[in-house]
Design a protein around this ligand. Structure first.
Ligand SMILES: [Mn+2]
Length: 291
């Protein structure tokens, strides 16, 4: 697929594209924006870093307009064209976890993956929900041994499995944290730290995740913490250039800039200044100089 006109800040072609938390099937999903973004970038490899659709919501009320279908079709089309697409399920689309290790329509479903950048850095790619319980208990977990960390990680999976058996909702740590600003701020900091620690523990150069709907690219200790953000509250993605450089793309911001630039161009063409007034003075001077 050939991308449409390039946009400043976004490479028309990139080595890898990382996106997470699209939440197809919910009213908040910005499917149209995501399709527009996908139209502008050609990627050699695509990572879907979890919560691509929202199974928990779908069960309650079906909301699946045409653009949501188009997103699925666009991703399948990329896979069909030979672009490796790796799907790492999250907690909202965890039904996909039943298909770990399988391959459908050219899409690989994996629990996690190791991505090696063009400049040789090893990045662990995970959604991030399995660290919820660790994030909640980070304070006391810091004082106990490695075994407690492992047990807590396991507990998270089982806790939610049992909850589901009883017909309960997935208990969302991020939703809980969002109930107060103070809680949200400390939660985000804790989440970032726990995930960076996990990368460090595994000897990775960095970690790519999603889950908390907060795009970020920052160095924490000796590892790179990268969060894809989301396509609900914001429209963000992570792009790897051909030389291995990573960048955070804020699509909503770029679209706004594009619209502003187009308005300015149209105004310039009409001979108006940025405030919409005709540039009479300047024009007459120019004509004088020309004559
Ligand atoms: Mn999630």
């Amino acid at each position: 697929m050939t991308p449409t006109a390039p946009l400043p800040g976004v490479p028309a072609s990139c080595r890898t594209l990382f996106v997470s938390d699209i939440h197809l099937g919910t009213r908040g999903c910005q499917a149209g924006m995501f399709l527009d973004f996908l139209d502008h970038v050609e990627a050699e490899r695509i990572y879907l870093v979890g919560d691509i659709f929202d199974g928990w919501r779908l069960r309650r009320g079906w909301h699946w307009p045409q653009p949501h279908n188009n997103v699925v079709e666009a991703l399948l089309a990329r896979a069909h064209e030979g672009v490796p697409v790796i799907y790492i399920p999250g907690n909202h689309d965890e039904v996909m976890r039943r298909y770990l290790g399988t391959h459908f329509g050219g899409i690989d479903v994996r629990d996690e993956d190791t991505h090696v950048t063009a400049d040789g850095r090893r990045l662990l790619v995970v959604h991030g929900d399995k660290f919820d319980v660790v994030v909640m208990n980070a304070r006391w977990l810091a004082h106990v041994g490695d075994w407690a960390y492992t047990v807590t990680l396991c507990a998270n999976t089982w806790y939610n499995r049992v909850r589901r058996l009883w017909g309960g909702q997935y208990w969302s740590l991020s939703n809980w944290a969002k109930q107060s600003v103070k809680r949200a701020v400390s939660f985000i900091g804790e989440f970032e730290k726990v995930l960076a620690d996990e990368a460090h523990r595994g000897g990775y150069d960095g970690i790519v995740c999603g889950h908390i709907h907060k795009a970020e690219m920052t160095r924490l200790g000796d590892v790179l913490y990268v969060n894809c953000g989301d396509w609900v509250e914001s429209c963000t993605a992570i792009v790897e250039d051909h030389d291995g450089g990573l960048r955070l793309v804020d699509w909503a911001d770029l679209v706004r800039e594009r619209a502003r630039a187009e308005r300015d161009r149209a105004r310039d063409a009409r001979g108006e200044d940025r405030g919409g007034r005709r540039r009479k003075q300047k024009k007459s001077k120019k004509t004088k100089a020309a004559s």
